[in-house]
Design a binder for this molecule. Sequence first.
Ligand SMILES: Cc1cc2nc3c(=O)[nH]c(=O)nc-3n(C[C@H](O)[C@H](O)[C@H](O)COP(=O)(O)O)c2cc1C
Ligand code: SF4
Length: 442
Amino acid sequence: MTMEKIVLPDIENLHQLDVYLKNGGYSAAQKAFSLTSDEIIDQVKKSGLRGRGGAAFSAGIKWSFMPKSNDKPKYLCINGDESEPGSFKDRQVFEFNPHQLIEGTIISCFAIGAKVSYVYIRGEYHKWIKLFQKALDDAYANNFVGEGMKQKFGTDFSCDIYIHKGAGAYICGEETSLMNSIEGKRGYPRIKPPFPAQSGLWGNPTTINNVETITNIPPIINKGWEWFASIGEPKHPGTILFGISGHVNKPGVYELPSGTLLTELIFNYAGGVPGNKKVKCVIPGGSSMPPLRGDQIEGIKMDAESLKIAGSAIGTGGVIVMDEDTDLVKVLARIAKFYYHESCGQCTPCREGTGWMLKLLNRIVRGEGSKKDVDLLISVANNIDGNTVCALGEAAAWPVKFMIQRFRDEFDARVKDEIMIPVLNKVHSMRKTANPLSPVQN
Ligand SMILES: Cc1cc2nc3c(=O)[nH]c(=O)nc-3n(C[C@H](O)[C@H](O)[C@H](O)COP(=O)(O)O)c2cc1C
Ligand code: SF4
């Protein structure tokens, strides 16, 4: 397996325009303008590049959904909301390789026929917004973006790139919510269909891609799809930025070929578990992905297909490691609190269900839960899963369902067969048992 780094190469000061140019920067864009948009889309399709924002959908196929006609303006949104707990990789691109993202953006705009791109960055990322704005200003000043690119690249195409700052809402990372947010509306997800390529920003054709996805584009154009397709796992090729955190000696972002063993990532790159403790649980792709048992991670490869077979998903590549002393009931309650807090409240199963799950989990953490509560948790999660407007519903349900399924003992050990509630008077007893509808306790 090649150890080449595509998104975050080890080149000092690569964030500076002159250093980027010395290393072949913006030559992929020059090459792209000598191709047709269909040729670029075809190359990206054949490269096998899959989205790095969570769903691992083919970037080239997504681009091909964009209509060819020019009767409406088209848009590209770059998703840098990065608010999933355990995910912290896109910020590295803004900091260490922003020009490759800018170059990827102009190539992508050209391929799909967009004249405007919005880079949506999480509101809390003050530092990274500033750094990316500086790179963008330099790119504009040197005619790599905007009207000046026509002369610079000798093309009749030009596009503009704007940073759009989020206000700190996880839900605004969901693509349709992101578009509502850019339009200045409340960040409510939209019902699909229509899909963004049909009706996106202001009702116009729009493509949404993750920061890391787009940063892969210039090397694909420069070195060819065959080169990219040969790296890592054939069905999910390229490198992946793995952000590893939790109980490891060297947490951080590691760019490695897809298909790298999870154990290699934990024990080799991230330096193993402090105190050589055993791994109890690993969440492989950000907090919404199904947790894996630590005693079953041997041989699991880190790519979309392998993780599906292992009973989880690649998500954002955010790996959270928990050692043998971790209280998984508390962990799950904390995760549930996040999704309860971030639910936009638009649809009932998610709005109510996330609160019920949190309430039940808090009750179990306090030692006041019964066996029935564990079953009720699974039932609530099942009733959210697949019944909501957007995938935040699944994001909230999956950790609950799979954590309990895979660590049932931990939950059963924390609950009593039946909870005896002191009956002071009838009204009081009704309140106590009218679960799980009373206000959520944090
Ligand atoms: C609740 C929720 C939050 C999301 N947050 C992000 C995010 O922060 N960044 C991201 O790239 N994708 C996020 N996504 C996925 C996007 O909807 C979309 O699939 C992605 O940006 C597409 O880019 P890709 O095809 O390049 O992966 C989120 C999805 C959901 C349901
Ligand atoms: S699933 Fe949750 S976050 Fe998504 S639209 Fe429904 S209430 Fe909002």
